[in-house]
Design a protein around this ligand. Sequence first.
Ligand SMILES: [Zn+2]
Length: 479
Amino acid sequence: MPPSQPGKNQVFFGTFIHAKKFGELEYLHNTAICVDVSGKIVAIEPNCNQQKAVETVYARLGWSLDTVAISVARDHRQFFFPGFIDTHVHAPQYPNIGVFGKSTLLDWLNKYTFPMEASLSSLPKARRVYTRCIRRTLAHGTTTAAYYATIDVNATNLLADLCFSMGQRAFVGRVCMDHLGPEYYIDESPDHALAATRATIDHIRSIDSNFEIVSPILTPRFAPACSVETMRGLSELQKQTQLPMQTHISENVNEVELVKELFPDSRSYADVYDTHGLLNEKMILAHAIHLTEEEADLIAERKAKIAHCPCSNSALTSGIARVRWLLGKGIQVGLGTDMSGGYSPSILEAARQAKLVSNHLAVPGGRSDDLSWEEREEAKLSVEEVLYLATRGGAQVLGLANKVGVFEVGKQWDAQLVDLGTVPDEVVEDDQAIHGNVDVFGWETWDERVAKWVFNGDDRNTKKVWVQGRLVHVQTYMY
Ligand SMILES: [Zn+2]
């Protein structure tokens, strides 16, 4: 068991909001959720108050008051929400967020990304960067992250150690790139790439034998960076271990052209992964912007998943992924920050941008111009839909749908306490409160409050965060 459990049963009272299904939020008011010492939800009692919980639920569970810790979401401003799931994020690039200038993917990699990643073979620097990355994403309510690390085994192992000790559920991938990359930052050979990957798997198994909190994830950087031998070797390793995999696909038009040049015998970018045994239900593909109909059908058939990264796609001028089109083919989609292609560590920001870039698909003259008005309108995602992608969609993508993403008996308590504030009407001296950017007047419906949070909220609204029952972040006064 991770060194993380609270050692007490817990009860959470108040309003709980989660995605009941795609496009629909469920509001549970005056509810008690009971979480046992292992961090699992064992009872959900609607229409409840603390008194009733003590009398009935505790009795049913055999709990007594002194063995229970209580947390409460107060009044109309606070609610519990499932923790966010980041399905695509590069921890070593965290110092570069917001730093991309006018670059696009291939020059951005050479100018900003590879130098930073290579510099993290210095373990003190890696510790500093990874610690801040985890602290920052936890503060934004990210309870699960699928991380790319670097090619360095020791630094990758350090990232896994830090996720484990700080209590963030994580997939940690040692990056494989033996074919294309700068000479100061490249795997020597396919054998080296595979041996180094196995070394990180062994290390993570040594700290978390069942991969309960931290799991390895096989990580070919993207097709142009990997030799055929490395892709085949990773495919074999995946068959042996059943571990998840992650890579990039069809992010940028020049990248798609490069793949055509490098793999002239392949029918498409997706076909490169398929013919090398990497396209199956365990594969998470980031971006998927410029896919053809045939590629999307192949991905759907293989049941591979997609990490939609709207902040990154706008920042690097990559394009707009057609999320509704992907979902319509039955492909499971989650959200990714893609730091530092993406400029923000926040999945709430990714949800907001997923909504906004989907609106761009409906703009006349845009990508869907050959569609009818109704079809263009259909491309737009709603607040409820992007919040689904941020939680349950992400859980599906990472193979965690039976564990997290929703408040149900049997699921883990991976959650955040959200507080929508108000700005004081006048200056308050020595004001210790953190007011945030959302103003609630009190007359809003719950739907409206949630919409205000999605469009104006940030980490100031994230008061507390739990992973598997363990309190992993508490907002503190910082000024
Ligand atoms: Zn990426």
